[in-house]
Design a protein around this ligand. Structure first.
Ligand code: F6R
Length: 256
C-alpha cells in the first residue's frame, strides 16, 4: 500500500485527477470504478477541466459506480446516478452507453446485482477503482463486518452512515438500504485509488493503514491489495506519524 500526502484538499484532488488521466491516456478504453460523496468532487471538477482545457478524451472509457441507494428513482437528485451526472458525466465526453450505475429500483435486486457483476466481468474488469472512506471504515457501502470476499449485493446501512450522508447532502431523508459492490468486487480492481480529506477521517485512515486487517475496518483489507494507493490531505494523514504536521511537505507530496 502506498500513501501520498498533500498539503490540502485542492492539491490532493489535482494529483488524483492526474492519476486518473494517466490511466485514460495509457489505455483509452479503460474501465473506471467511481465513487460518490464529498471527497471525489474536487477530482471530478479537475477531470472536467482536463477534458475542456487539455482535451482529455473520455469517449472510450467505461465506468461502473460503486453503489446506489435502493428505492430512489435515478432521476431523484439524491441518487448517486444524479450525483455522477451533476459532477462528472455531463462535463466530459463520456459515451452514456458505457456508463453503468446500479439500479436501486430494480424489481429483482438480486438479479440486478448479478447483472452488474457479469457486466464488470464482460468488460474485462475494473482497471482503476476510485474510493472514499467512511468514518467507520466502509468502502463502497460495505459497512463494518462485511465479508472480505463479498460481491455486489443489497446492504443495510448503519444509522450513522445514513445520518452523516443526510447531513452532508442537506436532505430530509435517505433510504437505509443500498446496493453496493462487495469488498471482493473492489479487491478485483487492478488498481485502487482511495481519497481521504479532513480531520474527521484521520482516525479511520490510521486504523485502515496501520491497524490489523479486519472486517471490522473494511478499508483495512486494502492492505492486502497489490496496487492500493491512498491520497490524503494533511488533516486526514495527521495521525499517521507523531508530529507529522510539523514536517514540511517537499514539493507538495510525501510518501509514507
Ligand atoms: C460513495 C461511497 C462511500 C463514500 C464514503 C465517504 O460511493 O461508496 O463509501 O466514499 O462514505 O464519503 P465522503 O467522501 O462524503 O466522506
Amino acid at each position: 500500500m502506498k500513501i501520498l500526502i498533500y498539503p490540502n484538499y485542492e492539491q490532493m484532488s489535482v494529483a488524483a485527477a492526474r492519476f486518473v488521466a494517466d490511466c485514460i491516456l495509457d489505455k483509452p478504453r479503460c474501465v473506471l470504478g467511481l465513487a460518490t460523496g464529498e471527497t471525489p468532487i474536487g477530482l471530478y471538477a479537475e477531470l472536467a477541466r482536463l477534458h475542456h482545457e487539455e482535451g482529455l478524451d473520455f469517449s472510450g472509457v467505461t465506468t461502473f459506480n460503486l453503489d446506489e441507494y435502493c428505492d430512489l428513482p435515478k432521476e431523484d437528485s439524491r441518487s448517486f446516478h444524479s450525483f455522477m451526472w451533476r459532477h462528472l458525466f455531463s462535463h466530459v465526453n463520456v459515451d452514456p452507453r458505457k456508463v453503468h450505475t446500479l439500479k436501486g429500483t430494480a424489481p429483482d435486486l438480486e438479479e440486478e446485482c448479478r447483472r452488474y457483476e457479469s457486466l464488470i466481468k464482460d468488460t474485462g474488469g475494473i482497471d482503476l477503482q476510485v474510493l472514499g472512506i467512511g468514518v467507520n471504515g466502509h468502502i463502497g457501502f460495505n459497512e463494518p463486518g462485511s465479508p472480505p470476499d463479498g460481491r455486489t449485493r443489497v446492504v443495510t446501512l448503519t444509522a450513522q452512515t445514513v445520518e452523516i450522508n443526510r447531513a452532508k447532502e442537506k436532505v430530509e431523508s435517505l433510504p437505509g438500504r443500498a446496493v453496493s459492490m462487495g469488498i471482493g468486487t473492489i479487491m478485483d480492481a487492478k488498481q485502487i485509488l482511495l481519497l481521504a480529506a479532513g480531520r474527521s477521517k484521520a482516525d479511520i485512515v490510521h486504523r485502515a493503514t496501520r491497524g490489523p486487517v479486519t472486517p471490522s475496518v473494511p478499508a483495512s483489507i486494502l492492505q492486502n491489495h497489490a496496487n492500493a494507493l491512498f491520497m490524503l490531505d494533511l488533516e486526514a494523514a495527521s495521525l499517521l506519524e507523531t508530529g507529522f504536521l510539523n514536517t514540511p511537505c517537499a514539493a507538495g507530496e510525501c510518501t509514507v
